[in-house]
Design a protein around this ligand. Structure first.
Ligand code: FAD
Length: 421
């Protein structure tokens, strides 16, 4: 079978890309290894994702936001940044930024349900699932792809192969893509917690000597436990690798007590916690986001620290940019898998990768050194940032994913089969 595009990986990035392309005159195969209704599905798990305002706009223009909102999303109206044991704080505010929300917190399973329901409506997208990529070979005008589909071997050809198969990308491995990687020696422990005080739509980022702690307001989905409405949070607790096993082994009461001690009482008293899940953290980039016949999106292209919740937001901007480059190539009658077309995508994405990595990695490094003079400078920095509106505005634009050369979808404009980029 021959397709215009084969997308390997139907997680948040791969499924979003297929949907972004749904109105173009293209045949698309979306290859996903794990069934969406399986408990082992790795892409739409217990994580809650902070979607930046720019990402919400992309999803809205693609036509999937309303379905997510109906299932349950929580607006972030304020962001509060502080350091444990420090005096400096910075606050970002939606009203000051003249937006209705700085972003939204959405549970992974809500994102998954909205994307997969929308996929089921698309006649030009073949969802091959459970199907796993086993081999790939570039053959001049197409990529030859081998799959194990429901246990049987199957071959596909595609003019363009998109790697959306996540951090442990098989595509990257099979084609020997040049990759740069740094292990943070840190693990993110996530849980859903409840407090005795309403969240007030505030997201907290608190830096501690062992790593950042994020507390995101996260109301239960429409089909969830409404008793927790208004005082439920998604916690991302970054700890050094050596401390992770201990954190995971604590009883719920001990965990809540430890959290209270590290976070303080700004969000109230921690009363309940869900089970905990751990994610080891690395910084990783493919050297080139595209080559002849192939493009990388999402975590297959990059993995960054979850501080400031930027990973999927960066991936969604990949999706919006690649979809636009493809739509322009279709309009001009060009080969969508050619290097000339895909180089535009790689060049476009590079500044955003560098800016976002510098932002997140810079935060992690700045706050992981506990020398007293540095701590003083950091706290003065937070105070200064709070007092300087232009600087704060720049930080807010970066957090909202509204800096740099934005794709049409992030500007609220639909893709067109047009040659304007
Ligand atoms: C603790 C934590 C908190 C985070 N919080 C945020 C946040 O608040 N905001 C934010 O923007 N980002 C956040 N992120 C980042 C975000 O979760 C990721 O960027 C995003 O999930 C990556 O999606 P993806 O589709 O690229 O990859 P994945 O989710 O890894 O999906 C890859 C898919 O490919 C499939 N697959 C793999 N190999 C094959 C194969 N050989 N054949 C076929 N299919 C295959 C897998 O089954 C999977 O479904 C967070 C990350 C962590 C760890």
């Amino acid at each position: 079978m021959t397709y215009d595009i084969a997308i390997i990986g139907g997680g948040m990035a791969g499924a979003s890309l297929a949907l972004a392309l749904k109105d173009l005159p293209l045949s698309i195969a979306l290859v996903e290894a794990v069934p969406y209704d399986s408990a082992a599905q790795p892409a739409f798990d217990a994580r809650a994702i902070a979607l930046a305002a720019g990402s919400q706009r992309i999803l809205h223009t693609m036509g999937v936001w309303d379905a997510m909102a109906a299932r349950g999303v929580t607006a972030i109206e304020h962001i509060h940044v502080s350091e444990r044991g420090g005096f400096g704080t910075t606050r970002l505010d939606a009203v000051e930024e003249q937006v209705s929300a700085l972003g939204y917190v959405v549970e992974g399973r809500v994102i998954g349900a909205a994307l997969t329901d929308a996929l089921a409506q698309c006649s030009n997208i073949d969802l091959l699932c459970p199907a796993e990529l086993t081999a790939v070979q570039m053959a001049g005008d197409a990529a030859d792809i081998q799959l194990s589909h429901g246990g049987a071997a199957r071959s596909l050809r595609a003019r363009l192969l998109v790697a959306a198969d996540g951090g442990r990308s098989t595509v990257r491995e099979l084609i020997g893509a040049n990759t740069w990687e740094l292990d943070y020696g840190q693990t993110a422990v996530i849980a859903t917690v409840a407090t005795d005080r309403p969240h007030g739509n505030i997201a907290y980022e608190r830096f501690t000597d062992t790593g950042p702690l994020a507390l995101l307001p996260c109301d239960p989905p429409a089909d969830g436990d409404t008793a927790l409405q208004g005082c439920r949070w998604s916690l991302v607790w970054t700890a050094r690798d050596a401390q992770t096993d201990e954190l995971l082994a604590l009883s719920d009461a001990e965990f809540l007590q430890r959290l209270q001690q590290r976070f303080g009482y700004r969000a109230g008293r921690f009363l309940r916690t869900s089970g905990r899940h751990a994610y080891p953290l690395v910084l990783r980039f493919v050297r080139e986001a595209a080559a002849e016949r192939i493009a990388f999106v999402g975590n297959a292209a990059h993995a960054i620290h979850p501080v400031a919740g930027q990973g999927f937001n960066l991936g969604l901007r990949d999706v919006a940019a690649l979809a636009q480059v493809i739509s322009c190539a279709v309009a001009r009658g060009e080969d969508i898998g050619s290097l000339a077309v895909l180089r535009d995508y790689a060049v476009w994405r590079r500044p955003d990768y560098l800016r976002t990595a510098a932002f997140t990695d810079g935060l992690v490094r700045t706050y992981s050194n506990d020398l007293p003079p540095l701590k003083l400078v950091r706290n003065l920095g937070l105070l200064a940032l709070d007092a300087l509106p232009p600087l704060k505005h720049l930080l807010a634009r970066q957090s909202m994913g509204l800096n740099g050369h934005l794709p049409r979808l992030a500007c609220g404009l639909k893709l067109q089969v047009t040659s304007d980029k």
